[in-house]
Design a protein around this ligand. Structure first.
Ligand code: CDP
Length: 230
């Protein structure tokens, strides 16, 4: 069966990664969490006190960063490695979430991330989620999905996810973080978050995981069938 590139973009915590993982498993595709790459870069900047507003410091720091993904059998998806170290859990901490959108808005950080993501797509057969995947990374992707969900539902989902590991976290803190990131991500100068003109919208506010997967897989089938008749 023909392999395609599938992009999933959207606001924070709207379930992109969940859907991307489900789709990759069902289709036997590779799932790439592009947000994990920006989070790992941010973790490096925090650890080495890199000022994200200082372009020359950013450029020097990026030369020291090596990102890779390592398949984790127990979770069924890939963990991110920062210079060979598994940082999959650390990058989800609030100290990273609070800074990642500022770091990800830097022009050199974006060039770094986008170039590596484009390399990963050369073989096709990938599902990549993020903010600018359908617009900047793979403008020619065969299937682009823009995922949305009600803001209150997004906050509730992320709070549930984070409070399991951080008992001290408050719903207000989560809400403020999502609102801040969405604002920075959609108003930044370099590849802002926006729906690609040719993306289909999936609002999963009231869909179960099975329902959202079913809809998305139907789109994949339709797309592959339409390519076959061309
Ligand atoms: O928390 P959530 O899973 O929604 O976000 P994420 O996918 O882990 O991404 C974290 C942050 O990285 C986003 O808020 C963006 O600032 C940035 N990002 C980006 O700029 N471009 C991407 N393609 C993916 C993420």
């Amino acid at each position: 069966m023909k392999k395609i590139i599938i992009t999933l973009d959207g606001y924070s915590s709207c379930g992109k990664s969940t859907l991307a993982k489900q789709m990759a498993r069902a289709l036997n595709y590779v799932f790439i969490d592009s947000g994990a790459m920006y989070r790992a870069i941010t973790l490096y900047f925090i650890a080495h006190a890199i000022d994200y507003t200082n372009d020359s410091a950013v450029q020097e720091a990026l030369k020291q960063i090596n990102l890779a993904f390592d398949y984790n059998i127990s979770s069924g998806s890939s963990d991110i490695l920062l210079n060979g170290r598994n940082v999959e859990n650390e990058i989800r901490e609030m100290r990273v979430s609070n800074l990642v959108s500022d770091v990800a808005a830097n022009q050199y950080v974006r060039e770094f991330g986008v170039a590596q993501q484009q390399q990963m797509g050369l073989q096709k057969g990938i599902v990549m989620d993020g903010r600018d995947i359908g617009t900047t990374v793979f403008p020619n992707a065969e299937l682009k999905i823009f995922v949305t969900a009600d803001p209150a539902i997004r906050v509730a989902r992320r709070y549930l996810e984070l409070s399991a590991k951080n008992p001290g976290i408050s719903k207000e803190e989560v809400q403020a973080n999502l609102a801040m990131r969405d604002e920075i991500d959609s108003t930044r100068e370099f590849s802002p978050l926006r729906k690609a003109d040719d993306a289909v919208v999936l609002d999963n506010s009231h869909l179960t995981r099975e329902e959202q997967l079913k809809t998305a897989l139907q789109w994949v089938n339709d797309k592959i069938n339409s390519l076959a008749v061309l």
